[in-house]
Ligand binder design. Structure first.
Ligand code: ZN
Length: 267
């Protein structure tokens, strides 16, 4: 039921230190909104135990009803919220001390609809983030957001479950061996040669995603990228998803894969 984006986000929330601006990317609006609300519950729940939140305390219930005072929620149907004067007002409200919780959270759905004036106003608050203030933005169009805003956010990609990939044992061992050899020899060419065809490059990226996710989740057999921490694996997972998006519209596949390998896996 939960996509890998949700699983990684939950894992991240359990680790505790939360980035001031989380950006949820993907085609499924409902999945992203529910992830954003889950995150708010995890920050405000008053009966947290092993789970991220209880779902039953007064905070959880009022978040569900969208009446919790320290949560500002701007859904897609609220076009007004994205105008620059309203963005300034949101920023002001976020600066005021929380009424109940330890924190304040602002969720803005489909944030790419902000114009440049609104985005710039918003960007200013991210440049000097206040403690315990969290923005959660969702978007179906990553390219519609200011690049500076994206670079100041922590991205979680929500891919539809139908895109879940399968590997035969043979194919998996072949890819695993290729990547293992690369780690030992630092020799990129075999991977670049393999990735010459777009189809193969996509398989290789999907292999990296599955393996990185396994290690981020601490699953059995997930040790290909040792000594990377779960957080580093999550970060590199996002990078491979970003590259997958670029591959679909770019002719020079080998070069893209080569730069990913150099930047993320050759250190
Ligand atoms: Zn609760």
């Amino acid at each position: 039921m939960s996509s890998s984006g949700q699983v990684l986000l939950d894992r991240y929330l359990k680790m505790g230190r939360i980035h001031p601006c989380i950006l949820l990317v993907g085609p499924d609006k409902a999945a992203k909104l529910s992830a954003a609300v889950r995150m708010a519950k995890s920050l405000f729940c008053s009966q947290k135990s092993k789970e991220l939140f209880c779902g039953e305390c007064s905070s959880c219930q009022r978040i569900e009803k969208e009446i919790y005072p320290d949560l500002l929620l701007f859904k897609e149907d609220n076009e007004e919220a994205l105008k620059v004067e309203n963005v300034r007002d949101i920023i002001y409200q976020m600066e005021v001390a929380p009424l109940e919780g330890r924190a304040k959270v602002c969720i803005i759905e489909e944030a790419h609809r902000m114009n440049s004036a609104s985005s710039n106003a918003f960007l200013k608050t991210l440049e000097e983030p206040k403690e315990n203030r969290y923005f959660i933005l969702t978007t179906t169009k990553l390219g519609g957001l200011l690049p500076t805003l994206v670079s100041r956010s922590l991205l979680f990609h929500f891919k539809p479950e139908s895109e879940a990939v399968q590997f035969s044992t043979d194919e998996w061992s072949e890819l695993e061996k290729m990547f293992g050899d690369f780690q030992t020899t630092k020799e990129i060419d075999p991977i670049v040669d393999f990735c010459e065809e777009k189809e193969s490059a996509l398989r290789f990226l999907q292999f990296l995603q599955v393996a990185l996710r396994k290690q981020a989740m601490g699953e059995v057999g997930g040790s290909l990228f040792n000594p990377l921490s779960p957080m580093e694996c999550t970060y590199k997972y996002q990078k491979t998803v970003e590259l997958e998006g670029k591959l679909k519209s770019n002719a020079n596949v080998g070069l893209l894969v080569e730069s990913l390998m150099r930047q993320e896996f050759l250190k």
